[in-house]
Write a protein that binds this ligand. Structure first.
Ligand SMILES: Cc1cc2nc3c(=O)[nH]c(=O)nc-3n(C[C@H](O)[C@H](O)[C@H](O)COP(=O)(O)OP(=O)(O)OC[C@H]3O[C@@H](n4cnc5c(N)ncnc54)[C@H](O)[C@@H]3O)c2cc1C
Length: 121
């Protein structure tokens, strides 16, 4: 899972909705090692069509995410993991995240993009 030289990511993004995906795109273009962790429970999962985003009016939320991931994966320093972040500890430059199934991840920077339903201790 670690796409890094020393076992620590530059940035871990918690949440793979529009906010987290946009951050991943920009950081990938900056050649940062990035892990996007998403449990795939977006707030708009009940809606069939999403409106008002230029060039994507009427798209399904799932298709929006698919296109976003396809474009982000052109930047090889970005990887994705489908799971839940249970807890985060540490300080700027040195964070430790506990994921479900007893996995751990180290990162220098931590970006929360969990929408309004995120639950992390
Ligand atoms: C019914 C409905 C219809 C909508 N229709 C429109 C529309 O037509 N047009 C429009 O522009 N906007 C619409 N919105 C608003 C739009 O959905 C939000 O603005 C957008 O989803 C916010 O993106 P986000 O990335 O902040 O959060 P989200 O899309 O909610 O993504 C957050 C992600 O973080 C993940 N996450 C949370 N906690 C953790 C954790 N501990 N570990 C791992 N992952 C975690 C979640 O599973 C989720 O995938 C609608 C919203 C709703 C509810």
């Amino acid at each position: 899972m670690q796409n890094t030289a020393n076992g620590k990511y530059d940035v871990v993004i918690v949440g793979g909705g529009p906010a987290g995906l946009h951050a991943a795109l920009v950081l990938g273009r900056s050649r940062r090692s990035v892990l996007v962790i998403d449990e795939e429970l977006p707030r708009n999962r009940v809606t069939r069509e999403s409106h008002g985003f230029l060039t994507r009016d009427g798209i399904t939320p799932a298709e929006f995410r698919r296109i976003a991931k396809e474009q982000i994966l052109k930047y090889p320093s970005v990887t994705f993991q489908t799971t839940k972040v249970v807890s985060a500890t540490g300080h700027d430059g040195n964070f430790l995240l506990h994921l479900e199934e007893d996995m751990i991840v180290y990162t220098r920077k931590l970006l929360f993009a969990t929408g309004d339903e995120g639950r992390i201790t």
